[in-house]
Design a protein around this ligand. Structure first.
Ligand code: IMP
Length: 197
């Protein structure tokens, strides 16, 4: 059974993810330390699944720090694109991490296929690794659809083209307080908490 107390390394170098995970951990009195603050190297994501990459990142951070580590692997799945970009969501932004490029590519690929189905979902796997070798993973999803042109300047990544089911604003038009409870990340975190009980 994993523990959620004391100090935990948030094994991500993505500022948006670190902020959201920090907000999720805040009510538990956990001291969240980012991998960047500990100068931990960012491992290459060599796995083909969200679970594989989340566990790889959590394991590397727990081994390097001697502390429990929580890692997030996440991405956008567009159904008409056979769930691309999926685990390659960060890579579609290119070496410069330009998400305008990645969002434009989503729409270019949909146009190429003449796809009228714009359904999509964000997926997040949170992996909690212990320094003793134990690791557990929890998956959450946020169903919705993609829109264009991109709208809003809050959030990060693909937020400006994603509207969650039951809403009209994109994630990037929502305040952090509006967005967070609707996210794949919060839903994965709820499963992690349920496993602790
Ligand atoms: P990775 O998990 O480091 O491979 O990166 C996942 C990528 O998916 C991020 O760089 C974002 O572009 C995208 N992503 C994951 N979660 C979100 C989110 O909540 N909003 C927008 N984009 C996201």
């Amino acid at each position: 059974m994993p523990k959620l107390s004391g100090r935990i390394v948030v094994a991500s170098h993505n500022a948006g993810k670190v902020r959201e995970i920090g907000e999720l951990l805040a009510p538990f009195g956990v001291e969240a330390i980012s991998a960047a603050a500990l100068n931990l190297a960012e491992p290459e994501e060599t796995e083909a699944t969200f679970v594989g990459n989340a566990e790889l990142k959590a394991r590397a951070a727990a081994d390097a720090s001697g502390l429990p580590a929580l890692a997030d692997d996440s991405g956008l799945e567009v159904f008409a694109l056979e769930r691309a970009p999926g685990v390659y969501s960060a890579r579609w932004a290119g070496p410069g991490g330009d998400f305008n490029v990645a969002m434009a590519r989503v729409w270019r690929e949909l146009e190429k296929r003449g796809a009228s189905d714009h359904r999509a979902r964000f997926v997040c796997v949170l992996a909690l690794a212990q320094p003793n070798g134990a690791v557990e993973s929890f998956e959450g999803e946020a169903p919705g659809h993609v829109v264009r042109p991109p709208r809003g300047d809050k959030g990060f990544g693909y937020d400006p083209i994603f509207v969650p089911d039951g809403h009209t604003k994109t994630f990037a038009e929502m305040t952090p307080d509006e967005k967070l409870p609707l996210t794949h990340r919060a839903r994965a975190f709820a499963k992690l908490l349920a496993a602790l009980r």
